[in-house]
Design a protein. Structure first.
Length: 213
């Protein structure tokens, strides 16, 4: 059973962050209703995919704990803005994940679920993306020859500030080539400063969090 403290420790460790910083953000967004809360000890709330996705958003899309609740609410509700390449041929589960009526928050929950422990030795994340996106033949050949999906493909979630947009990318593991870029939200008109920050997490973080049960 994964509880709030387990989730905090896992994210802090895999992202190389101070545990107290992650905990402070987590408490703030939990008090805002974005993380399950009940009881103490073994009666405490178990973390579900929504809780995991929300803490990941809070930690990676916020500069301070004070703004974390607003950030989670904003990023969760982002809608699909554009896809590159245009009109990609999605199939199966991935077609539903990247449907135009889905919010970024719900998509994150799905991807976290894909990163749960393998089912019958099948890597669910790798399976869905390999079979759901029209990779070029040479990439499929690499995947067939590789020991695992992560050896060939990086799944990256990018949180952009102060634009307050997010992207999900599929790219080569050496980052030389981008195969898919899905953007959620349009840049905020309030983003007038010249500085731009991008916080990126990959399936390394998503797998660590998804496998908490």
């Amino acid at each position: 059973m994964a509880f709030f403290n387990d989730l905090v420790r896992t994210i802090a460790a895999v992202e190389g962050m101070d545990e107290m910083t992650v905990r402070g953000i987590g408490i703030r967004i939990r008090d805002g209703g974005y993380i399950s809360k009940s009881g103490r000890g073994l009666s405490a709330a178990q973390m579900n995919n929504r809780d995991k996705a929300n803490l990941l958003i809070g930690v990676n899309a916020s500069d301070t704990a004070i703004e974390a609740g607003d950030s989670v609410g904003h990023y969760r509700n982002l809608r699909l803005a554009q896809v590159w390449p245009p009109r990609p041929k999605f199939k199966g589960v991935i077609k539903d994940v990247f449907s135009s009526n889905r919010t970024f928050g719900s998509v994150m929950e799905d991807i976290v679920e894909f990163c749960a422990s393998p089912i019958s030795d099948m890597d669910v994340l790798g399976h869905h993306f390999t079979n759901g996106f029209n990779f070029k033949h040479e990439v499929l050949t690499e995947l067939d020859d590789a020991s695992g999906f992560d050896e060939v493909i990086t799944v990256a979630l990018n949180f952009r500030k102060p634009e307050k947009t997010a992207t999900i990318e599929l790219k080569s593991a050496d980052a030389d080539q981008i195969y898919l870029n899905v953007q959620y939200g349009l840049p905020s008109k309030e983003a007038t400063s010249d500085r731009r920050d991008v916080t990126t997490i990959t399936q390394k973080t998503l797998r660590a969090v998804g496998q908490l049960v």
